[in-house]
Design a protein around this ligand. Structure first.
Ligand code: UGA
Length: 423
């Protein structure tokens, strides 16, 4: 099958290289010329495990990077929209990239003869596809939905750092579609996947994506709240979570207490869902609390520092781990950002290290001191904050240092003045 993927971000490139590897012919389009230039040279614009290896294997064979849409659209029967939907200041999602790509696809569709299936992979609030996306494509193409083209919502559930594995091993495939939709192409595309495939309405598919992310972030804020209570009681929340997780109704996953969730999705999606609920005159108290608990969580480390030292103003604080989780160079909404901002407010000397995210964090905080070696950071700091669970932080020498471990990374605490965040 010939496929065009619009948007060369995490979701777009994983989808494009995944299908290319399954022997489909994929055109990957982005209007960011720098990204396309890099891809044409066989280089990824960001790190994601496994993608770099797939790129040269498929480049100019099953995978073509392009900055023009017309040729690839004409040749493709399926078009995947994978552009970002970032947050606006008011919490709603910014649909600018969606509108722009629908407009471009619509204008190019005008001259295409064959029937096309357009798949929305971008996360959009329920009813967006029905009320905004389809009308825009119809307007700019002068074509009719289900006569000349079809639109489906197939949300993505990739985790950064594990996206390619998630692509090849999905838990489920959710296909949102108009009732009378034709399934031939989609069924063919997913024929090699063995997981359950659920066919639902467009808006139900959109809501499944939001509800899944809301539930996952709820589990994290829940265990962080229990963890904060455990800390006051002198208990270890990891032991508590372990004891809870054997109940199949609860399950053992996503119950790791820590400095709060980060990343480009959970906060953005919660905010957008809250805004949508409010626009319907409903106050989503639980969703609001998930965010509130999460906003307070990174600052718990600051309270611990203040509790430990009478005078904090001359302390050198070493932050180990800057990415929002291990296995990625992504720092978007990383708890480390909120911790560093507060340390700057307190006028403390900040040292920082991350195995992958230094370049991205340097753009946000150019004036703090970065180390290329984590042991050197430890040796030169009074307080060590472990903020990301990089496995290489386990075996460093922390002897004699005050260490606040927010991710339960260190096992060997001999000689270490060790403090757990929720244990
Ligand atoms: C999340 C979802 O897990 C994906 O299913 C979804 O497709 C994606 O958002 C998206 O909407 O695009 P991601 O943001 O890549 O994926 O990362 P997660 O692994 O979910 O981690 C998010 C944050 O929660 C990280 O900061 C992580 O450290 C934190 N976390 C996770 C915890 O603090 N405790 C846990 O038990 C699990």
């Amino acid at each position: 099958m010939n496929i065009t993927v619009v948007g060369a971000g995490y979701v777009g490139l994983t989808t494009a290289l995944g299908y290319a590897n399954l022997k489909h012919k994929v055109f990957c389009y982005d209007n960011d010329l720098e990204k396309i230039k890099l891809l044409k040279k066989g280089k990824l614009p960001f790190f994601e495990k496994g993608l770099q290896e797939l790129l040269p294997l498929n480049l100019n064979k099953n995978f073509v990077a392009t900055d023009t849409l017309i040729d690839s659209l004409d040749k493709s029967s399926m078009i995947f929209i994978c552009v970002g939907t970032p947050s606006l200041n008011n919490g709603k999602i910014d649909l600018e990239y969606i509108f722009q790509s629908c407009k471009e696809i619509g204008m190019n569709l005008k001259s295409c003869k064959d029937y096309k299936t357009i798949v929305i992979k971008s996360t959009v609030i329920p009813k967006t596809t029905e009320e905004l996306i389809i009308p825009i494509i119809e307007k700019y193409s002068s074509k009719k939905i289900q006569i000349d083209f079809d639109v489906k919502v197939i949300p993505e559930f990739f985790q950064e750092g594990n996206a390619l594995h998630n692509f090849f091993n999905p838990d489920r495939i959710i296909i949102g579609q108009i009732n009378s939709s034709n399934n031939l192409l989609i069924d063919e595309l997913y024929s090699s996947f063995t997981c359950p495939v659920l066919k639902v309405s467009l808006a139900t598919a959109e809501m499944i994506k939001y509800s899944s992310n809301a539930f996952l972030s709820c589990k994290i804020s829940f265990i962080n709240e229990i963890g904060n209570i455990c800390k006051l009681l002198g208990l270890d929340v990891y032991e508590v979570a372990n004891g809870m997780g054997y109940d199949p109704r609860i399950g053992p996953y996503f119950l790791n207490a820590g400095p709060g969730f980060g990343g480009s999705c959970f906060t953005k999606d919660l905010q957008a869902l809250i805004k949508k609920a409010e626009s319907l005159d409903y106050t989503p108290l639980l969703l609001q609390s998930i965010l509130e608990v999460n906003n307070n969580q990174p600052l718990k480390v600051i309270n611990l520092i203040k509790k430990k030292f009478n005078k904090i103003d001359s302390l050198k604080i070493g932050v180990l781990g800057l990415s929002f989780k291990e296995g990625t160079d992504d720092v978007r909404e990383s708890p480390a950002i909120y911790i560093i901002k507060e340390l700057i407010n307190l006028n403390l000397i900040i040292h920082a290290y991350d195995p992958m995210a230094l370049p991205n964090m340097k753009k946000k905080f150019p004036n703090i001191k970065y180390f290329e070696n984590p042991q050197e950071l430890i040796n030169n700091s009074d307080v060590i904050l472990i903020v990301t669970a990089w496995p290489q932080f386990k075996n460093l020498n922390y002897i004699g240092k005050y260490v606040i471990d927010t991710r339960k990374v260190i096992d060997n605490k001999k000689g270490v003045d060790y403090e757990g965040l929720c244990w």
